[in-house]
Design a protein. Structure first.
Length: 89
């Protein structure tokens, strides 16, 4: 489920106005993360670490409102929940 954001009153409007016309209005980072505790927990529970890590990542993403914004048809929409589309063999 989603709803459109009213850009004129949105607290992030100025940022959107700057980035909306970029070819790719997003950015990414790469960093090292110590996952040893999660790895051990997954193995103790008998879970696949990859699936456990994916679950924890999506749980965290859904707890941060800004991670659930999307641009669709030049409008900003807010999703109540986002998911992942992993390829699992």
């Amino acid at each position: 489920m989603k709803h459109k954001i009213n850009i004129s009153t949105w607290k992030r409007r100025e940022h959107f106005e700057v980035f909306k016309n970029f070819d790719e209005p997003l950015f990414g980072i790469t960093l090292g993360v110590d996952c040893l505790a999660a790895y051990k927990r997954a193995k103790d529970l008998g879970y696949s670490f990859s699936l456990y890590y994916l679950y924890l990542s999506m749980k965290a993403a859904n707890e941060i409102e800004e991670f659930r914004y999307r641009i669709e048809d030049d409008k900003v929409v807010y999703y109540y929940c986002v998911g992942a589309g992993p390829t699992i063999f």
